[in-house]
Design a protein around this ligand. Sequence first.
Ligand SMILES: *[C@@H]1O[C@H](CO)[C@@H](O)[C@H](O)[C@H]1NC(C)=O
Ligand SMILES: *[C@@H]1O[C@H](CO)[C@@H](O)[C@H](O)[C@H]1NC(C)=O
Ligand SMILES: *[C@@H]1O[C@H](CO)[C@@H](O)[C@H](O)[C@H]1NC(C)=O
Ligand SMILES: *[C@@H]1O[C@H](CO)[C@@H](O)[C@H](O)[C@H]1NC(C)=O
Length: 183
Amino acid sequence: MAKRSHTSLTKLSLVLFLLSVFPCSSKAYHDRLQLKETNLTLYFHDFSSGPNATSAVVTGIPGRVWSYSSFGTIIFADDPITAGPNKNSPQIARGQGIYATASLDGANSQILYSIVFTNQVYNGSTLEIQGRVLNFDSVAETAVVGGTGKFRFASGFATFETVSFDVTLFYSVTRCNITVLHY
Ligand SMILES: *[C@@H]1O[C@H](CO)[C@@H](O)[C@H](O)[C@H]1NC(C)=O
Ligand SMILES: *[C@@H]1O[C@H](CO)[C@@H](O)[C@H](O)[C@H]1NC(C)=O
Ligand SMILES: *[C@@H]1O[C@H](CO)[C@@H](O)[C@H](O)[C@H]1NC(C)=O
Ligand SMILES: *[C@@H]1O[C@H](CO)[C@@H](O)[C@H](O)[C@H]1NC(C)=O
C-alpha cells in the first residue's frame, strides 16, 4: 500500500514537473523574438521653482532643511524630456517619478522614474528606472529595471549628468544616456 502510493506520487510529480517545464515553451518571448540593444540619449528639463515648476519637494523631516541633498526629503517630478539639449528641441517623453534622499549624509538618493515616451517610434512605451544616484558626482549611474510596450523585459543602465543649471530660473538640463536590452 505504502509502496503503491509512493509510486503514484512519483508519477504525479513527474506529470507536474513536465507540466511546469513545458506548458507553453513554444510561445516564450525569447524563442520568438530577438533580444535587441538600444542606446538612447535624452534630456530632462527640470524647473524646481516658479509658476511652471515641473518638480516639487513634497515633504521632508520636520525641523530640517528640505532639499535634494537632505536626508528624508521627497521630491516629485514630471519633467519634459527632449531629444536635444535645447528646451525647444522636440519633446519625446516625460520623466515622471520620485526622488527620495535616502542617505543620512545626503550624498545619494533613491530614484523611481518612469520615462513615458510620446514620440512616434516609442509612443506609449515606458522605461522604468530605479536605484541609487549620487548627488554630488558629475555622472550618476543607475539601473533600468523594466519597461512596457516596445521595451518589454527591458534591463540595462542609465547615466545622468547635469548639462546646465540656471540659478535664477531654478532650471536644470540633465543628459540621460540609456543602454537597454529588450525584445
Ligand atoms: C550602445 O553603446 C555602447 C557603448 O557606447 C556600444 O558599445 C554599443 O555598440 C551601442 N549599441 C548600439 C546598438 O548602438
Ligand atoms: C508659465 O506657462 C504659461 C503657459 O504656458 C506661460 O504663459 C508663462 O509665461 C509661463 N511662466 C513662466 C514664468 O515661465
Ligand atoms: C501617441 O498616442 C496617443 C494616444 O494614442 C495619440 O493621441 C498621439 O497622437 C500619439 N503621438 C504620436 C507622436 O504618434
Ligand atoms: C552620453 O552620450 C553622449 C553622446 O550622445 C556623450 O557625449 C556623453 O559623454 C555620454 N555620457 C556618459 C556619462 O556616458
